[in-house]
Design a protein around this ligand. Sequence first.
Ligand SMILES: [Zn+2]
Length: 353
Amino acid sequence: MLAELRRVGYEIKDLRKDEFRADRGVPVSEMEEKGWSLWYASLPDIRHGKCKSCGSVISVAGVRFHGHKCEICGEVTYYDLVDGSTMKFVFLNNRERNFLSPKLKMRVKRWDVEQEDIYFYYEFLEGGLSVVTGNQATAYLNENKRLWQVIEEDGQKLLKVRYSLYWDRDTAAIEAYDSYGHYWNHSIVKIWDGKEYGELDHLPIPESMNIFETWHWSPLQATPYLHERILSAAGQVSDKGYYYQDGRSFFMASEWKEMAKFVRHFTVLNGDRFDDAWPKFRSSGPGGIDDLAHFCHGNPVVENRPNIGNILVAASKLIEGKPLTESEITEAVRGVESEEGVDLIRGFLGKKR
Ligand SMILES: [Zn+2]
């Protein structure tokens, strides 16, 4: 099979020789029995850039880097920041920060990459919980006086800040959180077998695959933990605490269908019965996992670890004045009581353990 895959064009990595695993002393027999991937096959070099100015297929390397030029026609393929882009940032002032520390959101006038300066229009935009405006923004600027200048240009007030194309925490004045309004003059395409596909299109064959030797462990018996194996085979987390707790949909048909393939071929469960059952499973993370677990075993053991993410979701909903569901309250309280939760809250209060 590996020879066949190579013939088609796949590059194959022998994971049994992978240094990462050898270092930890995991023998190949253990990898086989635990159902780890033993080879990884992928199609090399299928991604390319495509210049919007000349239409040429170009190298994908650097194509999404500020000021990069098309190697065929010389036009710029991408600018990260142009006149009108917005950027959310903090000053790097060696003070401790958390996710509620002040940030500024400003509109970019221009970025002089040669002088390593960025110029913002002197106005403070709204941008969510931690983004400061008005007097708070002015106070934040004053706290960081040595890191910026205000200049006048064509009668316009601009904030000038040092900002290099090759950002380096040790020398930078600001750190960007996000930015919007990029200039795109390219697309990414995939080329396979002489045919061009969009960046997100599916090729007629998988771009990559993991290869297992299922005869070492299949068919899997119906144990209280079988659902964990099925979820992980479909790339899903089996801990209910990981998911949103407000009942919102998570599992879609595509995920259940992946799991159905695994159930049919590699477990003792009845594949036809599973195909009938999953459309009635709840689609929320915790509900779906419970339904799957009960399909697999009469008395399943389902993992539900407190998750500090649940505290943050609950806290931000409360701050925004949104109602919480019963299970969100339960999970947030469980999270607060966990070791990670205690650490998080100590962090907010500035107290070390
Ligand atoms: Zn071009």
